[in-house]
Design a protein around this ligand. Structure first.
Ligand code: TXA
Ligand code: MG
Length: 316
């Protein structure tokens, strides 16, 4: 990977009408842009556009697909995408807008790209407290998926200059609104099974959560699930064989490039398209009547690293 200093700079505009207009055009055009939140700068793309979300992973050079947080303007918009239980509703009312992310059951037909949730049936939602992210949410009218705006393995950016140094011209635009207030990624709580579990500690402390719920969230002290190390990754319920050129008769074949099949990640061999289609292809293979799944070889460069990482986990 080229060093940051050698990367040409993206456009960096101060927060204001011009920055929001340009960022909105880029988002609606399927690109991703860096935008501050109260926690860290995020790399935002339209969460309903699988190709745009694949672009986030390409820009970050992430070697695996972690599920991403979807940012929304208010709780009503969040309720349209996911199911809130009583705990979740009290937490949202207490801490939104703010540095709290809730992992909730995804509503069927919510329209969120499966690459955002890494194929899971849950989704991470957050209503941030920052004028720039809110202006972008309002102007685009889209739910915005956004991980921290740094290259994979790098430190989360709390200033526009950090984003420029880490991502350079791999992204078209950075909205600069100064240093972020919190400087630490949001607290993540899961409310998917009637309990409340702390998945990632952050600016909202477990004690603050306990003050709302009357009990400490689970998970704390019992080994917190580290981001990116989720045991709950989606995996098909049947055997998966990788790097296959010719499928057996009882295998549902997922092709790539010139290697065809029952389905394809990308007929043209495009890795961004393959990333965007990956989880949908796995779900279709799972639902197919054939008892096994075969997948064509996918190159390991660029986004191919993350695709192969995910395929290897699916094949375990
Ligand atoms: O403060 C923040 O949360 C920042 C700003 C930009 O909003 N965003 C951020 O995103 O930190 P990211 O991608 O670095 O962290 C997302 C984490 C994943 O690593 C994973 O741990 C968790 O959110 N996550 C997302 N969806 C999940 C799901 N369905 N189940 C469990 N965990 C999930
Ligand atoms: Mg991060």
């Amino acid at each position: 990977m080229s060093s940051a200093a050698s990367l040409p700079a993206p456009r960096c505009l101060p927060f204001g009408p011009e920055a929001i207009a340009e960022a909105t055009r880029a988002i609606l055009d399927g690109q991703c842009v860096a935008v501050p939140t109260e926690t860290v700068y995020g790399l935002a793309a339209d969460a309903t556009d699988a190709g745009a979300v694949a672009g986030i992973y390409a820009a970050k050079g992430r070697p695996s697909f972690n599920p991403l947080i979807v940012h929304l303007p208010d709780q009503a918009a969040a309720e349209a995408l996911a199911r809130f239980d009583a705990h979740a509703r009290r937490l949202a009312e207490a801490f939104w807008p703010g540095p709290l992310t809730l992992v909730l059951p995804l509503r069927e037909g919510a329209g969120i790209a499966s690459l955002v949730t890494a194929g899971l049936s849950s989704v991470a939602l957050r209503v941030p407290a920052h004028r720039a992210m809110h202006a972008l949410l309002a102007a685009t009218g889209k739910p915005l998926a956004a991980p921290s705006a740094n290259a994979s393995g790098g430190i989360s950016p709390t200033r526009a200059a950090h984003v420029v140094a880490s991502l350079g011209a791999r992204i078209p635009l950075v909205i600069d609104d100064g240093a972020t207030e919190r400087g630490l990624e949001s607290t993540i709580l899961a409310c998917t099974d009637g309990t409340v579990r702390l998945l990632r500690p952050g600016p909202i402390a477990a004690e603050q959560v306990a003050a709302i719920l009357g009990a400490m969230p689970g998970g704390a002290g019992e080994g917190i699930e580290a981001p990116g190390q989720l045991a709950s990754h989606y995996a098909p319920g049947k055997p998966v064989r990788l790097d296959v050129i010719e499928a057996e008769p009882d295998e549902w074949m997922i092709g790539f490039g010139a290697t065809g099949g029952d389905d394809t990640l990308s007929a043209t061999g495009d890795l961004t398209e393959a990333a965007a289609r990956l989880f949908d292809c796995l779900h279709r293979a799972d639902a197919a009547s054939k008892p096994r799944i075969a997948v064509a070889p996918v190159p390991r460069h660029g986004l191919g690293a993350a695709i192969n990482d995910r395929l290897a986990r699916a094949a375990v």
